[in-house]
Design a binder for this molecule. Structure first.
Ligand code: IMP
Length: 423
């Protein structure tokens, strides 16, 4: 029996999808525990790129069971498209995917509420992916939500109507010009509900705990990143779920004492999409180079990602909050060609040097303090063993390990499954 967690340590987009895919063959079950179609987990193999939104990244392996846990919010319309996209590759998704009855449904009006809320905020907007995530989790905690299991109830349509009517009234409170055709959105929604009904709904906490008793191994897959966590992220510029390790326990019904390893994924630099503070953000050519070489555009929204140097203060915080036991460093190849690299090792916070992540990291309070390191020029994308890596990169890796007091077990040097160096 093993339960391990895999999660992002920065502001999302660390490359979790690729690593889940690489690790999947070791696990019987892959379970997503939070978030929804705001996620875009990218996997590349055999020259094809797949972007998964709600479906766990273990779906490409023949023998793994994939579970959408109770902590996830699901949009049936997006799900239907995702399903059809995979079925084009002759994949039998339905027999390998189980959905928690306790996961919450994203209604079309949740998406509209998200859009109205963001538009009303003007410059203070969160930069949401507008997938209805915030409003759906609001209804969940407000005890008004509709769950997957409700689809099986006789009064599902009445429940839907009552909540959608309430949402329409709420939308009218916002002083924004939102154009929409609800009838059209609802037709699409109910058609996709019929597709969803062809999948298997389960009491996933029961299923998972029985699996643990039977000695099965489970990998819990997180979405977004630790700095977007509703409690520990850069609030209010966060998502609406617990993206950190605790979210796996509540989002799957797995007790903390069952969890063994916590794999923390991070990029060799930092990116952020959407609004919010980012102390090491670059506005110069170096930032543009990272964006270009790293192809830093959102897999869900296509928005350009903001880029900056690695922030060890933020990473140390994420390692601590999650109890990370092994680190996976992604996109090392993107840093090839820089003469000098910088790593933020402390902040000057209101004039004082600190090494912890404070309450507020707004630019007026925080200035990063950097350690400079020599860069490397070699192209890493064809390298397959740690020994081949340039000495400067090894020094970079060892410096990070020492600061974070956790070993870096994997160095990724390209998007393909094969471009993964194990240490
Ligand atoms: P929401 O979760 O769509 O409401 O977005 C809230 C914030 O989290 C915004 O800044 C988004 O850009 C960010 N965000 C949400 N999901 C992801 C993700 O999967 N990767 C990176 N950023 C994300």
């Amino acid at each position: 029996m093993t339960v391990d967690l895999l999660l992002g340590l920065q502001w999302g987009d660390e490359g979790k999808g690729k690593i889940v895919d690489v690790l999947t063959s070791k696990y019987d079950i892959i379970a997503r525990f939070q978030g929804g179609p705001n996620a875009g987990h990218t996997l590349e193999f055999d020259g094809i790129k797949h972007v998964l939104r709600t479906i766990p990244s273990g779906i490409f392996h023949a023998n793994s069971v994939n579970i959408i846990g109770n902590g996830v919010v699901m949009d049936p319309v997006v799900f239907q498209k995702e399903l059809e996209g995979l079925e084009k590759f002759n994949m039998d998704v339905k027999s390998k995917l189980l959905i928690s009855r306790k996961a919450h449904l994203i209604l079309p009006t949740h998406r509209l509420l998200d859009a109205a809320s963001e538009a009303s905020k003007g410059k203070a907007k969160i930069g949401s992916t507008l997938k209805g995530i915030g409003p759906t989790y609001m209804d969940k905690t407000g005890r008004n939500g509709i769950r997957i299991g409700d689809i099986e109830l006789a009064d599902f349509k009445e429940r839907y109507r009552s909540l959608a009517d309430k949402h329409e009234a709420m939308i009218s409170f916002y002083d924004v010009d939102l154009q929409y055709d609800l009838k059209e959105l609802e037709d699409e929604f109910f058609a996709s509900i019929e597709v969803l009904k062809t999948l298997t709904f389960i009491d996933s906490e029961e299923y998972l705990n029985q699996a643990i008793k039977a000695g099965k191994s489970i990998l819990c897959e997180g979405a977004q990143g630790s700095l977007l966590d509703i409690d520990f992220g850069t609030y209010p510029f966060v998502t609406s779920s617990n993206t950190t390790a605790a979210g796996a326990c509540t989002g799957l019904g797995i007790a903390p004492n069952k969890v063994k390893e916590v794999f923390g994924i991070f990029k060799a630099y930092t990116t952020r999409v959407g609004s919010g503070p980012f102390p090491t953000e670059l506005f110069d050519e170096d930032g543009q180079t990272m964006a270009r070489v790293g192809n830093e555009f959102g897999s869900v929204t296509g928005r350009a990602r903001r880029c900056g140097w690695l922030d060890l203060v933020a990473l140390k915080y994420a390692v601590q909050v999650n109890g990370v036991t092994a680190l996976y460093m992604m996109k090392g190849d993107v840093l090839s060609g820089f003469k000098t690299l910088k790593i933020c090792t402390a902040y000057r916070y209101k004039g004082e040097k600190i090494s912890h992540f404070p309450y507020n990291i707004e630019p007026e309070n925080v200035e990063p303090i950097y350690q400079e390191m020599k860069g490397w020029q070699a192209d890493l994308t064809g390298m397959t063993s740690y020994n081949e890596l340039p000495q400067e990169l090894k020094t970079y890796i060892e410096f990070i390990e020492k600061e974070l007091e956790v070993p870096i077990k994997v160095v990724s040097v390209g998007p393909d499954r094969k471009q993964t160096i194990l240490r």
